[in-house]
Design a protein around this ligand. Structure first.
Ligand code: SF4
Ligand code: FES
Length: 236
């Protein structure tokens, strides 16, 4: 009976190579999840595995990895391994791509920080991304109309974690992602000020936001941290 159970467990696993190390992915695990279980933390921003219910979306592209035989880099938070796959998460090509994403996002960040140590800051620091070489976008105005949540979309990286937190975790569906390209932005209900929207102030979006674009109103930046140190450090 025990041997039977073991056979079932082995049938649900995948063996692949991660940065030269032979590892095993269980069940439905992505490359990112299998890597973390083996002590490798791949950069991530639009994915927050430590907040219950938030699925991966594969949109920020900071978790890119290289797969032997494939021309394009792949998002490790989304891509699942198959037997024999050879994955690299720290090669020069991968690090260049990850750092470029971080530099582009960092270029848009306002001088003012809304939380003391954002998850974006954490990865910029960890991967030693230098001063951005790109011009910032035109920054949207702050929306301080809500008594509990401050909205500073100048720091928004459009990761949509807040949309998933509001819609899929809390079932409130107040936050949406409107328009496309350079006009794309986070909105509340029909682009209402947050204080006039149907937001109930649950705070799920604030907990999810990796940059402080959504933060606790009236709380000084040094008393709120988007980077909560729950995740293991990345090996560089
Ligand atoms: S407000 Fe925060 S959580 Fe929402 S899309 Fe922007 S950066 Fe992501
Ligand atoms: S963390 Fe994988 S695409 Fe954003």
């Amino acid at each position: 009976m025990a041997a039977q159970a073991q056979d079932v467990a082995q049938a649900g696993t995948v063996r692949f190579t991660l940065d030269g190390q032979d590892i095993e992915a269980r069940g439905d695990e992505t490359i990112w999840q299998a890597a973390r279980r083996h002590g490798v933390e791949i950069p991530h921003l639009c994915y927050k595995p430590d907040q219950e219910g938030l699925r991966a979306d594969g949109n920020c592209r900071v978790c890119m990895c290289e797969i032997e035989g494939e021309r394009l880099l792949q998002p490790s938070c989304w891509r699942k391994p198959v037997n024999g796959m050879q994955v690299r998460t720290r090669s020069d090509r991968v690090r260049h791509a990850q750092k470029m994403v971080l530099e582009l996002l960092q270029a848009d960040m306002p001088d003012e920080a809304y939380v003391a140590d954002s998850r974006l800051e954490h990865w910029v620091r960890t991967l030693e991304v230098g001063t951005p070489r790109f011009s910032p976008r035109v920054q949207p105005a702050a929306d301080l109309s809500h008594p509990a949540i401050a909205v500073n979309l100048a720091a928004c990286i459009q990761c949509t974690l807040c949309v998933r937190a509001c819609r899929e975790v809390q079932g409130n569906d107040v936050i949406g992602f409107a328009l496309r390209g350079g006009e794309a932005h986070i909105e509340f209900d029909m682009d209402d000020p947050m204080g006039a929207s149907t937001c109930v102030g649950c705070g799920e979006c604030v907990a999810a936001c990796p940059t402080g674009a959504l933060s606790n109103a009236g709380v000084p930046p040094d008393q709120q941290h988007a980077w909560q140190g729950q995740e293991t450090e990345v090996a560089t």
